[in-house]
Design a protein around this ligand. Structure first.
Ligand code: DGY
Length: 321
């Protein structure tokens, strides 16, 4: 009998086709609507492999239900949606998609820095709303990126890729990371500093660390008080790292100059969120890795992880905890 696979969202046909020879595949056919929890709980009952997205919470309840499950393959580098320790306890392998989305996510992070500092979205709306009457000396003035100080929190692959881009803009680069990375410091000419010093000195603070309960609201009221009033916060990691209520107040009260956000505490963000009423916030719908080529590579790795394991081999990119 062929093994069974469940895919929690419509994926490109070329990727889907790779499964059909080796397994019986079922898929949630919607592209824009996540699979309802009760359907997921039904579907996982007899499966051997699960391909899921960051929108699905794969917790103890789901894993217990899936008594034959061998692998949970997340189509994302982040895996905070999965209870990895419980999966491990149950002997279920968890995999993610590191590496292939590094450059694409660093591009988007840099794009958000530029869009926020130079008020690109606000300026575009200004023109389209018919507010542009003349050229004026201080109209829509922003902040320089070239030569500014960038503080990167989290010096993994994407942090390093961002630092490489920032070098081209002659930025002065500081970083904070759980473990100091001497080789990377030497290679990229970046400076390690403690968390508070980074917040105090940076013109841009970019969050590029993995999310866990330990870093929940790492950036909140106290941290905004440490940051420069002219600073810009960029979050392309996970929404839960920032206390959004404190962020709103900091932006509103002039404690922080602007924010560029690709991720939110709750996604999709509630359209009533006060953050969306502020002109100095650039918001995106979690598109850090969204280039055609990268999303295809992510799907490909996610699929190959399942195929390898179901054929009795080793996963390509296991999550190690
Ligand atoms: C990830 O991979 O974790 C991103 O958030 C989506 O690509």
């Amino acid at each position: 009998m062929k093994p069974k696979i469940y895919i929690t969202r419509k994926i490109p046909q070329v990727i889907y086709d790779q499964f059909t020879e080796i397994a019986d595949v079922r898929m949630w056919e919607e592209a824009e609507i996540p699979v309802p929890r009760e359907i997921l709980l039904q579907e996982v009952r007899a499966i051997d492999g699960l391909l899921c997205l960051l929108t699905e919470t794969i917790d103890e309840e789901v894993i217990r239900q899936a008594t034959k499950l061998k692998i949970i393959s997340n189509m994302a580098v982040g895996f905070n949606n999965i209870d990895v320790s419980f999966a491990k306890k149950q002997g279920v392998i968890v995999t993610n998609t590191p590496g292939v989305l590094t450059e694409t996510t660093a591009d988007l992070t840099f794009a958000l820095m530029m869009a926020t500092a130079r008020r690109i979205v606000e300026a575009s709306d200004y023109l389209r709303n018919g507010e542009w009457k003349t050229w004026s000396p201080m109209q829509l003035t922003g902040r320089d990126i070239y030569g500014a100080t960038l503080g990167i929190i989290g010096m993994g692959r994407i942090g390093q890729a961002l630092a490489r881009r920032a070098k081209g803009f002659k930025m002065n680069i500081l970083y904070y990371n759980r473990a100091r990375k001497l080789e990377v410091e030497k290679e990229l000419g970046i400076e390690y500093c403690d968390f508070e010093t980074l917040l105090r000195r940076s013109d841009f603070v970019s969050l590029l660390l993995p999310y866990s309960s330990e870093v929940h609201h790492l950036i909140g009221e106290n941290e905004f008080k440490l940051m420069k009033e002219t600073a810009i916060l960029i979050n392309t990691a996970r929404g839960g790292i920032v206390d959004e209520t404190a962020l709103y107040h900091a932006l509103k009260n002039g404690e922080l100059w602007a924010a560029g956000l690709d991720v939110f505490e709750s996604e999709p963000i509630d359209l009533e969120s006060p953050l969306l009423s502020l002109p100095n916030v650039v918001t995106l719908p979690h598109i850090g890795s969204a280039s055609e080529a990268t999303r295809l590579k992510m799907a490909e790795i996610a699929a190959n992880n399942i195929i390898q394991v179901l054929k009795g081999g080793q996963p390509l990119t296991p999550v190690k905890i």
